[in-house]
Design a protein around this ligand. Structure first.
Ligand SMILES: Cc1cc2nc3c(=O)[nH]c(=O)nc-3n(C[C@H](O)[C@H](O)[C@H](O)COP(=O)(O)OP(=O)(O)OC[C@H]3O[C@@H](n4cnc5c(N)ncnc54)[C@H](O)[C@@H]3O)c2cc1C
Length: 414
């Protein structure tokens, strides 16, 4: 399958976690894969913690494991998630999602930069890998059996399949004429890690309070990663706090749950907005990861969706190779895109709606939140995520649903 340097089977634009996982899964099938990214190899091999401890589901962890991407991580870098709780202090309701019966975790927290480093190391070892680092894509030209790509130094490269994994601001998406929507929630997310004197129970908690939220992500070694959703003006204030003031502020937000806390990382701040591409594919092109759908991190789905897309692409390409079909053909890219849309669209819309509803403080929104949590309560059991098997029939969810729907319609912006 390996071809001339100026022609490859697949060109992956973007060496983020999603682009690299797709590249690795295609390289191990014996394909030649060029990876284009403006960053140098040094920053991809040994990158620094960037505030992201990402929750990955058991299914995605299994896939990464088959690629060998987890074997280089130290035990302390993989923190089991025993379950997830969502609580709303203003309406005094909470939901809990535990593992399926027989499992001891719903997933794991992994620092994303370490996963990316491991993926890059593995990709760099593969025979068919063609690194085109410190470069950007500047043009695409569609030909009958491949795409001609032009790089920023004028060089051209032919590929049968183009994978756009260059993140939320994807230029590749524009080059193949796919537009996208952006939904700005008017919030920032502020992340940092703390050590604490009280043990955590391994459950992650997303607590909505006073028009914002604080999430505690339990890590190994009596550490917790914190993610706060704040109005930009409050984020400015928290970023400027000296360490003592910040400790006191966090302690209040945490209601003292973690005991004495001490910061163990810098503070990181990202604007909270969602983005969604109008289509996930074009001719010979598939959008993966944040280039396709940039989720708000509050439901911890963005990377999981991106990796599901990479896994799905690798499977469809393997089938195409087996059947002697075109790996850039519609049967590959349209199938992967359709499958990804089916999962991503409802999750994206639901996450936007959750963020909107849980950050408003008016009486209708409060009532709606109460009803939404009541309605969702039995689903903790129905979806089989929760080990605490209470009797779902005791929850008056049908009545709550009837009451919630008209209120929800009224609460939506005109
Ligand atoms: C605070 C926070 C917490 C999160 N927590 C979770 C979680 O718990 N679970 C979860 O599933 N997700 C989570 N996410 C989301 C997750 O981090 C992202 O979905 C994921 O990083 C997306 O990876 P990606 O490879 O698609 O994009 P990126 O990581 O953005 O990578 C894009 C790559 O493209 C490169 N690039 C950019 N422009 C070009 C160009 N013109 N040409 C070539 N290359 C280019 C960049 O250099 C970069 O290497 C979280 C996000 C944040 C911010």
């Amino acid at each position: 399958m390996h071809q001339e340097r100026d022609t490859v089977d697949v060109a992956v634009i973007g060496a983020g976690t999603v682009g690299l996982s797709a590249a690795l899964a295609l390289l191990v099938q014996g394909l030649s894969v060029a990876v284009i990214d403006p960053r140098p190899a040094t920053s991809l091999q040994d990158s620094e913690y960037d505030g992201r401890d990402v929750a990955l589901s058991n299914g995605i962890l299994d896939w990464l494991d088959t690629l060998g991407a987890l074997s280089g991580l130290a035990d302390g870098e993989r923190s089991p998630i025993r379950g997830a709780r969502v609580s709303d202090l203003e309406v005094s309701r909470s939901l809990s999602f535990g593992p399926v019966p027989g499992a001891d975790r719903v997933g794991e927290f992994i620092p994303e930069h370490r996963l990316r480093d491991e993926l890059f190391t593995l990709v760099a070892r593969q025979a068919g890998f063609q690194p085109l680092l410190e470069h950007r894509l500047s043009g695409v030209h569609m030909l009958s059996d491949h795409i001609q790509l032009t790089l920023d130094d004028g060089r051209s490269l032919g590929a049968r399949l183009l994978v756009a994994a260059d993140g939320r601001g994807s230029k590749t998406r524009s080059l193949v004429n796919i537009s996208h929507r952006t939904d700005d929630q008017g919030f920032d997310m502020l992340c940092c890690r703390v050590k604490h004197s009280e043990p955590h129970d391994g459950w992650t908690l997303q607590q909505f309070d006073n028009g914002g939220s604080i999430a505690t992500l339990p890590l190994q070694g009596q550490q917790t990663s914190l993610a706060l959703m704040l109005k930009p003006v409050d984020a400015d204030r928290v970023m400027m706090m000296d360490e003592g003031t910040l400790r006191a502020y966090l302690d209040t937000r945490l209601q003292g749950r973690l005991g004495d806390i001490a910061l163990t990382s810098s503070r990181y701040r990202v604007p909270l907005s969602g983005s969604y591409a109008d289509r996930f594919h074009a001719e010979r092109t598939i959008l993966l990861g944040d280039a396709a759908v940039g989720m708000l991190p509050i439901t911890a789905h963005g990377l999981n969706l991106g990796l599901m897309g990479a896994r799905s692409l690798a499977a469809e390409v393997a089938v195409a190779c087996l059947n002697g079909d075109d790996i850039g053909g519609d049967s590959v890219v349209a199938t992967v895109a359709r499958r990804a849309q089916l999962t991503a669209r409802p999750l994206y819309l639901a996450t936007q709606e959750i963020a909107r509803l849980f950050t408003q403080r008016d009486a209708i929104s409060r009532k709606l939140r109460y009803l939404a949590m009541t309605v969702s309560h039995p689903f903790q059991h129905f979806v089989g995520l929760n080990c605490e098997q209470r009797d779902a029939r005791s929850v008056p969810w049908i009545g709550a649903l009837k009451e919630a729907l008209p209120l929800w319609k009224r609460s939506r912006p005109a």
